[in-house]
Design a protein around this ligand. Structure first.
Ligand code: F6R
Length: 608
């Protein structure tokens, strides 16, 4: 979603904020802007389009300022126009606000302000905040912010400056991410550490409704009840290089190719190959609750929801523990049968997804035990859950999730192994699974070697308008994930189906212009999928099959075959998704799409 960066300190704030915005551009990227404070006057620059355009605009003016706040926008209220770009100012031009989130009651607030004569210049919800702060201002910005926000319903991460207090940035959050960072006589606020990592690794996580005040001499924080709070400084352990492209053309490709390492990192110190089990330190004390719960849920969105579907199948097949998967966005509104005897797992790469956070809140209200599987350390979901497991995939920059998915499934596999062994899986079976998991990084490496072949196939199908992905059992969520990846980055309509469902409807779509991706490893449904492929061929559909290394039979019927090493159903989803990630990547590149920043999408969806 939107990105926020603010700077106050001994140096020129402008290049710091611009560089920070560039690092956040992957979150939202339809327009951007900056407000700069000079002792007497506040300056504003905005553009519709990329941060690079804002940068050249500022370069022409040679602007310099010790205090600035900037924003890169992903439109929610009003189209991406100059008027709607942030920062938004109050009518008198004294207050400037950058905002990430949604103000749910903005319409009634706006109507009220308008009826008292206030004139708005944008269609955004954010401008209402600037107006409220201006109205509440009597010489102290933090007090005005507190008063203004007491009228607001919704989610926000905010950074605010006021012309009458030029040496101050006030920031606060509720439901949306915001951190502060401490440098050497310089202080930062950002919606994501990536924005300021170049300057500081000493980060303060702001709690919900806490207020942070940045001045040239330091940072102070007040609790939601306005008590001063002594906040801990956290040291960030990852490097800037980890969020740079490292020689790859796109972040997505880099992230796909990093999977042998990220999968290994997800297992490191957790898989216990000598005893055929796993140890997950973060939730080890919760294993009893998981085993004895009346019901277990996974809740998540998008790709993380697909990981949840795989988790469900593994829990039920191997640990024989019943489990449900819920879209986080539905969970809250459908009166789920969740109570104090339920365990709810929230799965999220970013740890900031608003729908997932809302589902967590719903589960907590119903007194369930809520656990997390997250990538971003210190994220809201990591903090809102009772306990959890980090997937350790490192920063994921490409908007389409790849390495986070395989790491989520790796963690779910470890958890399943642990539970399954406790539920009676034999040591022998546990050892076999552990061995297969140990081989995963090497096997993923093997699959990645087919990238060139996949790129060639992609060229043949880049002009397709539709794709169908078919898979059975644990490969059905893989088919869903393959279809989601393709539609996200190439804008080709794609659907995933359980293979046998094809004959109940989608078969009507098949003709010679319809490519079908059939996930057909040699498992117990192999013969059935071969029959499905025959059905497609009989209707002149074109088939790209994913098959087990050495399978020659499938070569005779499919148009193209992509091979994966033989795998247990435990490790199959991780291996099978990799060629599908590559296929969507190369199709999107062939179509000239912006792979890392596909239109209309955002990396972390911090609005409901
Ligand atoms: C797909 C994708 C999205 C996310 C979804 C949840 O490539 O990235 O579907 O998976 O928005 O995000 P997280 O996992 O951050 O909660």
């Amino acid at each position: 979603m939107c990105g926020i960066v603010g700077y106050i300190g001994k140096n020129n704030a402008v290049p710091v904020v611009i560089q920070g915005l560039q690092r956040l551009e992957y979150r939202g990227y339809d327009s951007c802007g900056i407000a700069m404070m000079h002792p007497e006057i506040m300056n504003l620059e905005k553009v519709t389009g990329k941060v690079s355009e804002l940068q050249s605009q500022l370069a022409q003016q040679k602007t310099s300022s010790p205090v600035a706040i900037g924003h890169t926008r992903w439109a929610t209220h009003g189209p991406p126009t100059f008027q709607n770009a942030h920062p938004h100012t109050s009518q008198d031009g004294k207050v400037a606000v950058v905002h990430n989130g949604i103000i749910e009651n903005y319409k009634s607030l706006k109507d009220g302000l308008e009826s008292s004569g206030y004139v708005f210049s944008s269609e955004t919800d954010t401008e209402v905040i600037a107006a409220l702060i201006s109205k509440a201002y009597h010489g102290n910005l933090e007090e005005a912010v507190r008063e203004a926000l007491s009228h607001v319903v919704g989610a926000y991460g905010l950074a605010i400056i006021h012309q009458d207090e030029p040496e101050k940035i006030v920031c606060t959050r509720k439901g949306a991410p915001l951190i502060m960072a401490v440098g050497d006589d310089e202080f930062f606020v950002a919606s994501d550490v990536a924005a300021i990592l170049h300057y500081s690794k000493d980060v303060i996580y702001l709690g919900n409704e806490e207020i942070g005040i940045l001045t040239p001499s330091g940072v102070t924080t007040y609790s939601e009840t306005d008590e001063p709070v002594d906040k801990k400084i956290h040291k960030i352990t990852f490097n800037l290089e980890e969020i740079e492209k490292g020689g790859y053309e796109h972040f997505m490709l880099k992230e796909i190719f990093s999977q042998p390492q990220t999968i290994y990192d997800a297992m490191r110190g957790r898989l216990q190959p000598e005893t055929g089990t796993a140890f997950l330190g973060g939730i080890d004390h919760m294993i009893g609750s998981l085993l004895h719960a009346d019901q277990r849920y996974f809740t998540a969105c998008g790709t993380s929801w697909h990981a949840g579907l795989i988790g469900e199948m593994m829990f039920e097949q191997f640990a024989r523990l019943p489990c449900e998967v819920e879209y986080a966005s539905e969970f809250r509104y459908r009166e789920p049968l969740v109570d104090a005897k339920s365990v709810v797992f929230a799965i999220s790469q970013s740890g900031e997804t608003a729908d997932t956070l809302a589902a967590i809140q719903e589960a907590k209200n119903r007194e369930a035990t809520v656990l997390g599987i997250c990538n971003v350390v210190g994220s809201s979901i990591a903090r809102e859950t009772e306990a959890g497991v980090y997937i350790h995939a490192g920063p994921e920059i490409g908007v389409a999730s790849t390495k986070a998915f395989t790491s989520q499934v790796t963690v779910l596999s470890l958890l399943t192994l642990k539970l399954a062994r406790l539920m009676g899986m034999s040591k022998e079976d546990g050892l076999e699974i552990s061995q297969a998991m140990q081989q995963l990084p090497e096997n993923v490496e093997w699959v990645l070697k087919q990238a060139d072949q996949i790129a060639e196939i992609a060229k043949l199908y880049a002009d397709a308008s539709n794709f169908l992905y078919l898979g059975r059992g644990v490969n059905f969520p893989v088919a869903l994930e393959g279809a989601l990846k393709l539609k996200e980055i190439s804008y080709i309509h794609a659907e995933g189906y359980p293979a046998a469902e094809m004959k109940h409807g989608p078969i009507a779509l098949i003709d010679k212009s319809m490519p079908i991706v059939a996930i057909a490893p040699q498992d117990r449904t192999y013969d059935k999928i071969l029959s499905n492929i025959e059905e497609v061929k009989a209707r002149h559909g074109r088939v790209i099959a994913l098959a087990t290394e050495g399978d020659t039979r499938i070569k005779e019927i499919a148009d193209h075959v992509l091979y994966v090493p033989p795998a247990l159903s435990f490790t199959a989803p991780i291996l099978n998704v990799i060629p599908l990630q590559l296929l969507s990547y190369y199709v999107a590149v062939e179509r000239g799409c912006n792979v890392d920043q596909p239109r209309n999408l955002a990396k972390s969806v911090t609005v409901e």
